[in-house]
Design a protein around this ligand. Structure first.
Ligand code: SAH
Ligand code: SF4
Ligand code: F3S
Length: 439
């Protein structure tokens, strides 16, 4: 039996694509091995979102080259966004790579592996849902479900539209059928995935049109699914119906990830985000009004070309005003083929670093303060397994997407109620209130 080793970089889309790759390889008779040295097939599912992602991956690829030199019968395969953004140049720069393919061409890996001649080939031509492929889920009680691929936005910093192509929505029946299947298999929580989930359905054919809010209601109705999450919404398309759904649908969690990127309207315009600070804050006000206890998280970029100190200060102001429960913060990284990479007024690294430090300080301070509102409350927790730091404790997650470590006995996949005793910016701690599962 042949073996494979797959390393995944990047976002949840890639994690999910890797589940499809693994399912496909299993069905071809391959067996997964944790050791790259022992693998007949060394695979990478790559990301190119920032330069640091590229660099990390190139280090791993160096090891694959060494292993391939030791045993030339090994196959080295590179999928994902880095691969798509490089296309044929993958083979020019890394001639030991046997097969390269983009995120929409995962099924082609099977074609390649089962063909008679395994001479180097790349597959970058078209996009399609690998929804028909078998899947090997990474998590037993939680599942990612793709609702759309690609992105029609043109954010000036972002490589994703060129790696994942134009936006294509998956038919609602197809999405629901998959969710019913995973629910029957014991999944309690689904995360709907798309680059801009709020524009879901606009491209579906007449007669099968469906808005994202309608899709959420359909998912909520699926028996056995107790929690629904989604990522990411785009503030420009975040409508009242979706916000209202958080108040109305029992399964839809009290958490919205609403990427800000920058607090200055001028920078947002240069980023081509198509909303300004005012509109973003309006969306936040609507969320606070309709779903008062909702967790809000975000993505922020510092050091976008031309960002002045005063404009950066506007980002800090929005952070102080919105009071996020947590935020992913990134230093602007120029990406090949994107508009912002060619903007003339790139900032020195030291300036970006220093702004990042100030931003992280604010984000962490506010996250820690926000988390205190949970102390003394009893929260529903979906149990994931033993705590990573203290095996005597159990780890789980609240509907607000806060990680919780608690004293008690509960099996993965169970819902339990935990009384929260303390909170930091990252995690909550407490004790199980009831011994029996409540979900
Ligand atoms: N589709 C999602 C984002 C995908 S990328 C959305 O629009 O919300 C995840 C995050 O990476 C982005 O929100 C952005 O904050 C960050 N990012 C993307 N390109 C970047 C770049 N060139 N430099 C720094 N951060 C970047
Ligand atoms: Fe990138 Fe913007 Fe599309 Fe998100 S919405 S994937 S940031 S282009
Ligand atoms: Fe995701 Fe990275 Fe591609 S963040 S969409 S894997 S560039």
């Amino acid at each position: 039996m042949k073996t494979y080793n797959l390393t995944t970089f990047g976002c949840q889309m890639n994690e999910h694509d890797s589940e499809r790759m693994k399912g496909m390889l299993d069905s071809l008779g391959y067996r997964e091995t944790p050791s790259r040295e022992q693998a007949d097939l060394i695979l990478f599912n790559t990301c190119s979102i920032r330069e640091s992602a590229d660099n990390r991956f190139i280090g791993h690829l160096g090891e694959a080259k060494r292993l391939k030199t030791e045993d030339p019968s090994r196959i080295v395969g590179v999928g994902g966004c880095w691969s798509q953004s490089m296309k044929e140049r993958v083979f020019e720069q890394f001639p030991f790579v046997d097969v390269a393919f983009g995120p929409g061409q995962i099924p082609r890996l099977a074609e390649f592996l089962t063909s008679d001649s395994l001479s180097a080939q790349g597959y970058f031509e078209f996009e399609s849902f690998p929804g028909h492929l078998p899947m090997k889920r990474a998590r037993e009680f939680q599942a990612w479900v793709q609702v759309s691929v690609g992105c029609n936005c043109r954010c000036a910093y972002c490589i994703v539209p060129s790696t994942r192509g134009r936006e294509v929505s998956r038919g609602a029946e197809d999405v629901i059928a998959e969710i019913e299947r995973v629910a029957a298999d014991g999944v309690r929580e689904v995360t709907l995935l798309g680059q801009n989930v709020n524009s879901y359905g606009r491209d579906l054919p007449r007669g099968s049109k469906c808005t994202f809010a309608e899709l959420l209601a359909m998912v909520d109705a699926v028996e056995g699914i107790d929690r629904i999450r989604y990522t990411s919404p785009h503030p420009k398309d975040m409508r009242e119906d979706v916000v209202r759904a958080h108040a109305q649908l029992p399964s839809l969690c009290e958490h919205i990830h609403l990427p800000l990127q920058a607090g200055s309207s001028r920078i947002l315009k240069a980023m081509k985000r198509t909303y300004d600070r005012g509109r973003y804050l309006d969306r936040v006000a609507l969320i606070r009004e309709l779903v008062p206890d909702c967790s809000l998280t975000t993505d922020i970029i510092v050091g976008f070309p031309g960002e002045t100190e005063a404009e950066f200060a506007e980002t800090l102001e929005v952070v102080e005003q919105v009071r996020y429960d947590s935020a992913f913060t990134f230093i602007f990284s120029p990406r090949r083929g994107t508009a912002a990479a060619d903007y003339p007024d790139q900032l020195p690294h030291a300036v970006k670093r220093e702004r990042m430090e100030r931003l992280v300080e604010a984000v962490q301070r506010i996250a820690a303060e926000r988390a205190q509102r949970f102390v003394g409350r009893t929260m529903e927790v979906l149990v994931e397994g033993p705590s990573r730091t203290d095996p005597a404790r159990v780890r789980g997650r609240t509907r607000h997407n806060k990680a919780v470590n608690f004293v008690g006995s509960a099996a993965p996949g169970e819902f339990t109620h935990v009384e929260i005793e303390s909170a930091t910016s990252q995690t909550l701690a407490g004790s199980a209130r009831v011994a029996t599962p409540v979900g």
